[in-house]
Design a protein around this ligand. Structure first.
Ligand SMILES: Cc1cc2nc3c(=O)[nH]c(=O)nc-3n(C[C@H](O)[C@H](O)[C@H](O)COP(=O)(O)OP(=O)(O)OC[C@H]3O[C@@H](n4cnc5c(N)ncnc54)[C@H](O)[C@@H]3O)c2cc1C
Length: 412
């Protein structure tokens, strides 16, 4: 984040998070990538102990009552730990958002507080084997039976499933209704009978306990319904804000760019440092420009959400733009860094290959970048077609008359 945009307090927060990030054992990162660790509980315990989880949530639930801008500053630092730890860190913010905004007092006490304190572990269960993009077509069902809901179905690719004490789960509780009026959200404790299967061999982002979860007649007490029955589409859209803003951080790829830039400064070919070759130095120039642009945009998006500026649709567009832009940039920067390192970049002598495997996921999860484009254009049109031109009407700045223009502007 740009220094000019940070208050002194935010700089202190950055330094505090930086301290924590430096304290994370190198071996943990290596063991996660080697899949010797399937759920790094100690990382969450320590983050909770330092009061660094769920920064935006109120003090009474263990948070610091901060804003999105603060959380982005923290995330820039956390990002240098790689995507898996960043994601586990952020799951607290995503699940926490649901509980903080829509949960009742008892749910906040029982689940949000210990989660933010790093004493309880959560996961979010949206994606089903039949598809993640078509979220509202979820086929996991919840049938009301007395004071319980009976859940049947399954979810896949759930980060943190391996260690989660509870899951927030979307299920269809209103079969036959339109999909947007059919979903409810439940807090489902693992001990209520959730089967967790650890089956995926991931290309990258390893060690975060990504699993499949299965519900076979799982009995969930009605007090674990979050918000209103059949009213979870509102919760979903709210949850997508932390989910997608979190992807808008560049800390990891910025660190990888630094590795590549330092390498290019030292590595020689044809008798001179390779940074002297335009093909190399321009990659560095483009990478840092793109990262800085994303950082500035991330700040603007976070501030927009913090201040509640514009409609929900406008915020949704900005958040989706940030997710798409930043994940594309992360991939491009890390990919170019590998090119700058040449053959050694493809080995595990440098962490660039691990970062590349991680970065490939960013355009896929939390809604693919194609789905981001769908949302962006949809929301943009929603705004555009409901207003007239606000500034100067540039369309009129042409040398022909209005009448002539009208005759030529044929649309059908
Ligand atoms: C490592 C990992 C961790 C994950 N963590 C979680 C988690 O913690 N919780 C969770 O719920 N989910 C999680 N996911 C799931 C992730 O969000 C989904 O994989 C993602 O949303 C895409 O869904 P899908 O894989 O079913 O692909 P599909 O929905 O089948 O899409 C396949 C392709 O079709 C394209 N496509 C689909 N519909 C359209 C359309 N209308 N227009 C244009 N293109 C379209 C997609 O963009 C994609 O390219 C995780 C995934 C991975 C791999």
């Amino acid at each position: 984040m740009f220094e000019v945009l940070m208050t002194e307090e935010q700089k202190r927060l950055r330094d505090e998070v930086r301290d924590f990030v430096k304290s994370v054992p190198r071996q943990l990162i290596l063991d996660m990538d080697a899949e010797k660790v399937s759920f790094p509980k100690e990382f969450l315990v320590e983050a909770g102990r330092r009061n660094l989880l769920g920064l935006r949530f109120p003090h009474e639930y263990g948070g610091r009552g901060l804003k999105w801008v603060d959380e982005l500053i923290a995330l820039e630092e956390i990002g240098t730990l790689g995507m898996s730890l960043t994601c586990l860190y952020q799951v607290v913010s995503i699940v926490g958002e649901t509980l903080n905004v829509f949960g009742n007092e008892a749910q906040k006490e029982k689940y949000l507080k210990p989660t933010v304190e790093g004493k309880m572990y959560c996961a979010e269960a949206l994606t089903e084997p039949r598809g993640g993009s078509d979220f509202f077509g979820a086929t996991t069902v919840a049938r009301k039976e007395g004071s319980h809901y009976i859940l049947n179905g399954q979810k896949r690719f759930i980060v943190g499933a391996e260690g989660a004490d509870y899951f927030v789960v979307y299920a269809n509780s209103n079969p036959g209704a339109s999909p947007r009026d059919a979903l409810s959200l439940f807090i489902v404790e693992r001990d209520m009978g959730v089967e967790v299967k650890y089956i995926y061999g991931l290309m990258g982002t390893r060690g975060g306990g990504v699993g499949r979860i299965v519900f076979r007649d799982v009995r969930v007490p009605e007090e674990n319904l979050v918000g209103e029955e059949n009213g979870a589409s509102r919760i979903f859209w709210q949850m997508m804000i932390p989910e997608r803003i979190s992807s808008g951080v560049t800390g990891g790829s910025r660190a990888i760019l630094e590795i590549a830039a330092r390498y290019a400064n030292k590595r020689k070919a044809f008798g001179q440092p390779i940074r002297n070759f335009e093909a190399v130095s321009f990659k560095i120039a483009e990478s840092i420009t793109k990262l800085d642009a994303v950082s500035a945009f991330g700040y603007a998006v976070a501030k927009t959400v913090d201040e509640g500026i514009g409609t929900r649709g406008y915020q949704r567009r900005l958040v989706s733009e940030l997710k798409r832009l930043s994940t594309d940039v992360q991939w491009e920067v890390v990919n170019d860094a590998m090119q700058i390192l040449g053959g050694i970049g493809y080995t595990n002598v440098f962490p660039v290959e691990r970062a590349l495997r991680d970065a490939r996921l960013a355009g896929i999860w939390t809604g693919t970048n194609e789905i981001m484009n769908l949302i962006i254009q949809h929301e943009y049109y929603q705004e555009l077609l409901t207003k007239t031109v606000e500034g100067r009407d540039m369309e009129a700045d042409v040398p022909i008359t209005e009448a002539e223009a009208a005759e030529e502007k044929v649309y059908e």
